[in-house]
Design a binder for this molecule. Sequence first.
Ligand code: NAD
Length: 492
Amino acid sequence: MAHANWIGGEFVASSSEETIAVVNPYTEEVIGHVASSSPADVDRAVEAALRAFSEWRWVPAVERGDYLHEVARKLREAEDALARQLTLEGGKPLVENSDEVGWTAASFDYYAEIGRHSRGRVIPSIESSQLSLVLKEPYGVVGCIVPWNYPLLLMAWKVAPALAAGNTVVLKPASVTPLSALMLARVFDHLPPGTVNILTGSGEMVGNALVTHPQVPVIAFTGSTGVGQQIAGLAAPHMKKLHLELGGKDAFIIAEDADPDVAVPGVAWAALLNNGQVCTSTERIYVHESLYTEFTALITEYVQGLVLGDPLDRATDLGPMARANYRAKVERQVADAVERGARVLTGGRRPPDQPTGYFYEPTVLVEVNRDMEIMCQETFGPVLPIARFVDFEEAIALANDSPYGLGANLYTHNASYVKRFYEEVRAGTLWINDPLTDNDAGPFGGFGMSGLGRELGEEGLDEFRETKHVHWDFAMEPKEWWYPYEEYNRLR
Ligand code: NAD
C-alpha cells in the first residue's frame, strides 16, 4: 500500500490510485511505494495551507521562532532514523546523511533567530508631519519543490525562512527520496495543522499543479536548469515570485603556489562528495602547468584509494549513484570525451566487484577540452576532468567559460590572485582554500543559468517577504501642488 500524504496535520490518502515505487540504489530493490498524487490532492493541500496561513501570519515572530527551534530539536532527535532512510533511498553514505540532518537542524535554528530579529524599517519622510514605513509581510502559501541529492537540507533552506516570515508551505519532495520527506510529518506535527503539508508525486503532475495554482504566489525550487526553465515559463502568466536554485558546472583553480598535500584531497572531496551529485560539485579542474604532472599523478592515486561499497557501512567513502539513468548520463559523457581525445587515468567504468547497485568508479580524465560535454554540461557524477593553464589571466577566463555560475574554488596564498578571483569570476559563491563550506548566514545561489534569488542569510529570508511601503501623513492638510490652485488657496 502506498504511503499517504501529510495534509492539514494528518495523513490523507491520495485521490489517485497511481503509485510511485521507491528503489534502494544499492540493492536495486523496491523498498516502498508512495502516492502519485493528483491535482485534486494539490488543491486540498493548498486549501489546508491557506486556512493555516490566516492564523500563522499573525503568530508573533518570537513565537514562530520557538516553533522552529522545536523543529530543529526534533530533527536532531530523529537523526539516526532520518539518515538511514535517506541512505536507503538515495544511496548517499550514512555518515554524510547524518551530517545532512545536523545541517538541516542548524538551518532551522538559524531562521528561528533571524526571523525574530529581522524587521522592516522607518525611512526619512518628505515632511515632518509624516511617517514612512517599509513593512515586510508574508506572501501566503509557498510551493517548495526539492531535489533528491540533499532532500532535507534543501527543504530547510526554503521551509525554515518561509515559515519564519509567516508563510505556510506545500512541500513536494523528489520521487527518488519521498519516504524520508514523509517522515518529516513527525518533525512538523507540533505546528498548527496545515502550516506545512507534504505531497508526493511526479514533477509533471504535482509540480506543475503547484506552479500554476492561482493561490500559490511563490514557488521555491531547487533542481535542474531545464526544469527551472519550464517552471519559469509556466509561472510567468501568473506573475509568481520565483526562487530558482539550478544546476552548475563549478571550476576549481589550483595556482602554482598550492600545496599538493592539501589540494589533492581537497579537490577530490569537492568533486566526489555524494558521488559528485552536489550542485556545487567541482566539475572542471584547472591546474597551473608547473603542478599539472604531479597533481594528476597524486590525485589518481588518491582516488584509487577510496572505498566503494554499502552506503550504510560507515567505512564507505562512495556509495552507488542515486539512479541508473544518472549513471547512464555520466557514462555517455565520459564516452563522448574519450571519443574526442580525452584519456582516462583511473575509473571510467562500473566497478567489477559490486554485484548490484548503480556504482561508477571515480574517474580522472585528462586531455579534455572545452567542446567536450564533460567540460560544458552538468555531469552530476564522480568525474574529475583536469586541464592545465599557463597564467592566472587564462585561469579566470577558463573559470568563466560556462553559462552556469553557481560556485567556484581556488587554492592559493597569492593575495592578488584572490582579489582578481573574487572580483572577476561570475559565480554566487567563491571558496578560497576551503572548498564547499556552507554558512547559514552566507547567501547561496547562482549567476546566469544557475538560477534566480538567494537562499540562506538575510537574503534567504527576504525571498519569502513581500515589501510594502506605507506613507502616513498625520496632518491631513491640502497640498500646494494639487489642482485647481484656486482651491488650494481657498482651503488655506
Ligand atoms: P530535477 O529538476 O529533475 O527535479 C527537482 C524537483 O523538481 C523534483 O522534486 C521533481 O519531481 C520536480 N520536477 C520535475 N519536473 C517538474 C516540473 N515540470 N514542474 C515542477 N516540478 C518538477 O532535479 P533533480 O534530478 O532532482 O536534482 C538534480 C539537479 O538539481 C541538478 O541539476 C543539480 O545541480 C540541481 N541542484 C541545484 C542546487 C542549487 O542549490 N543550485 C542544489 C541541489 C541540486
